[in-house]
Design a protein around this ligand. Structure first.
Ligand code: ZN
Length: 391
């Protein structure tokens, strides 16, 4: 709960910092070209990955490290001006500072142990993947124990949480013309400027492995969903606050189109056509396409407390599916736009929750929605999906 409150505080700051975005997000015409950077979209987080540093040392990265890398790539790819080079700089910095591990620092901050972490360190009062110090103004302990916050702070720029002090990558004038190692050093202000460059080949290997489409060998089935699903830690309401009205609840009802009594397996949330539809939690897209009845539909599978749960978003407008099957999505990411396709009498979102996965029976999403943080339009990323880059 505390983390949700902190999340809300960050959102409030962001909302002020990017005050014009709510209008953009809500008035973008259907199918508007996104300003997506094409820097890379995470499509696959391997269980492990072998790489070699610039001085020939072999390194083995595990799933936890690669998940943090995925967070860095996902956030950086959606910030204007970062590009592929900026993603590499951030990965090099994370590898150098922490080997891409979330560090608590119980010597300086006993409280830091309350947040998910991979290890406990003791370098000054440094925390997390980028070893950011609350004492240096990077953020509070709660903020810095969030990998996504660390990534946003590292990239900085107009949408960063620190408004240029301390400086993130985008706040460093001319960073793009610096060698990557020097750019990483400029953000980290480290006592050991030379060590970043040696991680560049490892950063390249990670970025390529996570953003290249996974191509299973012929005859093999796709990887089991559970093994590659990110763990969902935050739930958000599937529509921005203030945009929707609940028009039908879960349960028996007279189907307004078919005029027969049947179980309504989700909730209907009426909202204007094109209203951003948000992934209710981090997960992987299980289905994105057209189905009779549901119309344009996106189904996302999540891992919540070790259990697979599917969320489903129906009746999306034509051209309003912003993700593809297999995509990894973050909580609150825009995955589509409200519409009225399929059996529908007006623009609304039909939202379902199916414990156990997409093939299972739906339950009343009420509990799920009541625990979901309301998201304002300002939080909705107007950029839409990022296409996969071919290195
Ligand atoms: Zn419905």
């Amino acid at each position: 709960m505390k983390r949700l409150l902190v999340f809300g505080a960050v959102i409030a700051v962001l909302a002020v910092a990017i005050g014009v975005l709510p209008l953009l997000a809500l008035t973008m015409p259907p199918g508007a070209p996104s300003s997506c950077l094409k820097a890379g979209r995470v499509v696959h987080v391997p269980e492990e990955l072998a790489a070699t540093t610039g001085d020939g040392t072999g390194v083995a990265l595990d799933h936890a490290q690669l998940t943090h890398a995925a967070t860095i790539i996902t956030i950086g790819a959606r910030i204007d001006g970062v590009g592929r080079k900026g993603l590499l700089v951030a990965l090099m910095a994370g590898l150098t500072e922490s080997r891409l591990r979330m560090y608590a620092n119980t010597g300086a901050y006993p409280d830091s142990a309350r947040y998910p972490h991979d290890a406990d360190g003791s370098d000054h009062d440094s925390l997390g993947i980028f070893q950011m110090r609350p004492a240096a103004g990077w953020g509070t302990v709660a903020e810095l124990m969030d990998p996504a916050y660390q990534a946003r702070a590292f990239f900085g720029g107009p949408t960063g949480p620190n408004a240029g002090s301390p400086r993130g990558l985008l706040d460093i004038v001319g960073w793009a013309s610096l060698p990557k190692g020097a750019a990483a050093q400029a953000v980290e202000v480290s006592a050991h400027p030379d060590r970043y460059a040696t991680w560049e080949p490892v950063a390249e290997t990670i970025l390529t492995a996570l953003t290249a489409p996974a191509s299973p060998a012929p005859g093999t089935s796709s990887p089991t969903v559970g093994s590659t699903l990110p763990t969902a830690t935050t739930t958000v309401f599937p529509l921005p606050a203030g945009t929707w009205t609940r028009t039908s609840s879960y349960g028996m009802r007279l189907n307004p189109v078919l005029q027969i009594w049947q179980v309504h397996t989700g909730v209907d949330l009426a909202a204007p056509t094109g209203t951003p539809v948000l992934a209710t939690a981090a997960g992987r897209v299980e289905f994105a396409g057209y189905r009779t009845g549901r119309g344009n539909q996106v189904v996302v599978e999540h891992l919540v407390g070790g259990q697979v749960v599917a969320s489903s978003y129906g009746h999306l407008r034509d051209g309003g599916i912003h993700v593809a099957t297999g995509d990894l999505v973050s909580a609150g990411q825009q995955i589509g736009g409200v519409g009225s396709t399929g059996n529908s009498t007006g623009p609304h979102l039909h939202f379902e929750i199916r414990p156990g996965g997409a093939g299972n029976t739906g339950v009343d999403p009420h509990g799920w929605l009541s625990s979901a943080a309301e998201v304002t339009a300002a939080d909705v990323d107007p950029l839409g999906p990022c296409p996969v880059v071919t290195p």
